[in-house]
Write a protein that binds this ligand. Structure first.
Ligand SMILES: *[C@@H]1O[C@H](CO)[C@@H](O)[C@H](O)[C@H]1NC(C)=O
Ligand SMILES: *[C@@H]1O[C@H](CO)[C@@H](O)[C@H](O)[C@H]1NC(C)=O
Ligand SMILES: *[C@@H]1O[C@H](CO)[C@@H](O)[C@H](O)[C@H]1NC(C)=O
Ligand SMILES: *[C@@H]1O[C@H](CO)[C@@H](O)[C@H](O)[C@H]1NC(C)=O
Ligand SMILES: *[C@@H]1O[C@H](CO)[C@@H](O)[C@H](O)[C@H]1NC(C)=O
Ligand SMILES: *[C@@H]1O[C@H](CO)[C@@H](O)[C@H](O)[C@H]1NC(C)=O
Ligand SMILES: [Fe+2]
Length: 474
């Protein structure tokens, strides 16, 4: 019981009472150790199937050498840069992006670069990346790609200048894939009346690696599928296990090859040495992205980077501190159980010390939200190895329920551990809606409901700026 228990001391007292009492206490203990809510909503279990390649969402845009798979992400550390990426198939074409602000006649041009890569017997199209820099804050920009051949036009909004009271709305999507359910998740995100302005994507994009030879044509189809959102608002990328594409049996020994060729992140702007861990500031938030699949032990590059990064976060400037990583630390499903444990052991004391507000993860194909808990007291001999309630600790949210072909995680550990506030095996997405330096509203939306329905929600009160502890409410 103590292992599952919220407070290990109350569970441990079981051991000192008599045999009959033990039974009674164990029964009580089951209560004591029970956690929050396991939703009674039972999703109809159907097979999660990928959309066939001739589906409408995968259509190649018409026109000679038309740019496809257009996507944007933040291109600098503070939100004045946007990286635009796209693919041309017929020939190399131009890597120029033409762009202008809504109220300006003056069109500017920026020149990017282009490359291709091979994966086993697949050769990619021409992948273009171009970073637009020194944009104005809080401004709508139009942009065009495909210059010289078939021109396609898109637009995006830059955020307000970084500052403590800047409101901002993030969408949260993970483990999306390209199934019919993935399409429902994206549709629900697009129609959510809480309009997300940027997606925090917690890893596992295309699931191309589930196809024979990691068929990279499924990276292309995924790029065309999500274009309808990511060409208009940045998605912030986290590397998941389905980005590794390590396939020595195919002669492919370079981990993350398709992912890093297709999806740029502004890692150099935060002095990171690899595109798997980095940080950005956006509006009133400092976002740290970590890699569950890169070394994080002591003395490793990721460890040293994070050690230097956390003290740099100025909560007067960015009151909100969000961490993204693929593999969850607090997960009470019987899938990927404790896969996040070694990273938790390394980094959790820092998250408590620096009062991280919330950690978003994916990997487990279901939804779960934790209480504010920590488990940092253990030192090999003291036996203090159970999570305790801790107002300095983050809330941990697993949002790996984007709907990929592997299907839902439905098997949960029983009883529900006390640290687990809410869990449900349904596909969906979430929204983190920052109001000002003290308040943020979080909600989770399952695909079976109407667009506005919140299946789980919580007010976040900023612990640097708010005198009151937040108690979770579902
Ligand atoms: C790659 O090889 C597989 C069999 O190993 C074959 O089915 C497929 O058609 C080949 N693809 C290309 C683009 O040559
Ligand atoms: C995907 O969703 C879009 C928007 O809701 C819809 O128009 C489209 O037909 C769907 N495609 C498939 C293959 O389900
Ligand atoms: C990166 O390092 C340079 C040189 O030490 C420093 O000037 C800059 O502020 C650092 N950037 C960030 C985002 O930490
Ligand atoms: C933190 O940010 C505030 C507001 O931008 C600024 O006034 C202050 O100088 C910064 N503190 C440090 C240590 O940089
Ligand atoms: C759920 O997971 C547990 C632990 O791995 C396993 O023993 C049990 O058989 C699973 N139940 C189902 C219905 O798959
Ligand atoms: C911050 O936002 C909350 C929720 O919208 C609101 O109640 C509160 O008054 C706001 N605080 C300030 C200082 O505007
Ligand atoms: Fe995963």
């Amino acid at each position: 019981m103590a292992v599952l228990g919220f407070s290990s001391s109350s569970c441990r007292s079981v051991a000192v009472v008599g045999a009959v009492l033990v039974l009674v206490m164990v029964l009580n203990g089951a209560d004591l150790c029970n956690g929050g809510k396991t939703s009674s909503f039972v999703r109809k279990v159907e097979k999660t199937m990928d959309m066939p390649l001739d589906s409408d969402v995968f259509r190649v845009p018409p026109g000679y050498n038309a740019p496809q798979q257009v996507h944007i992400t933040q291109g600098d550390h503070v939100g004045k840069g946007v990286t635009v990426s796209w693919v041309t198939q017929d020939e190399r074409g131009s890597s120029v992006v033409r762009y202008w602000s809504e109220n300006s006649e003056h069109k500017k041009e920026a020149k990017g670069n282009v490359h291709r890569y091979r994966f086993y017997n697949y050769t990619s199209g021409y992948i273009h990346h171009c970073t637009l820099r020194n944009l104005m804050y809080n401004t709508k920009y139009y942009y065009e790609v495909g210059i010289e051949h078939t021109v396609r036009q898109f637009w995006f909004m830059t955020p307000l200048e970084v500052g403590p009271d800047v409101p901002y709305t993030f969408g949260l999507i993970g483990d999306l894939g390209q199934s019919f359910d993935s399409n429902l998740t994206l549709t629900h995100y697009e129609h959510n009346p809480l309009k997300g302005q940027t997606v925090l994507f917690v890893g596992d994009l295309s699931y191309a690696d589930q196809y024979p030879n990691h068929d990279n044509a499924r990276w292309d189809s995924w790029g065309r599928f999500v274009e309808r959102s990511v060409a208009y608002q940045p998605w912030i990328w986290t590397a998941g296990n389905h980005e590794i594409d390590f396939a020595p049996e195919l002669g492919e020994n370079e981990p993350f090859k398709p992912f890093t060729h297709r999806y740029l992140v502004p890692y150099r702007a935060s002095n990171s040495t690899a595109p798997f861990w980095y940080s950005i500031k956006r509006a009133s938030v400092y976002i740290i992205v970590l890699s569950s699949y890169s070394a994080y032990g002591k003395y490793t590059p990721q460890y040293k980077w994070l050690e230097q990064e956390l003290p740099k976060v100025n909560r007067t400037e960015t009151p909100w501190l969000i961490v993204m990583m693929h593999s969850p630390w607090y997960n009470s499903y019987n899938y990927h159980y404790m896969e996040g444990e070694t990273m938790r052991v390394m980094f959790e004391p820092w998250f408590v010390k620096y009062k991280v507000d919330v950690v978003f993860s994916g990997h487990v194909h279901a939804y779960e939200r934790s209480e504010r808990v920590s488990n940092v007291a253990y030192n090999i001999i003291n036996g203090l190895c159970a999570p305790i309630q801790d107002q300095s600790a983050p809330v941990y949210i697993t949002i790996g329920d984007g709907g990929n072909l592997e299907g839902l995680a439905t098997n949960m550990t029983e009883p529900q551990p006390k640290y687990s506030a809410y869990r449900e095996a349904s596909f969906g997405h979430a929204v983190f809606d920052i109001k000002n330096r003290t308040h943020a509203y979080y909600s989770w939306h399952r695909n079976q409901d109407g667009y506005a329905v919140e299946a789980d929600s919580m007010w976040f009160f900023n612990r640097i700026w708010h005198p009151v502890d937040d108690s979770t409410s579902a």
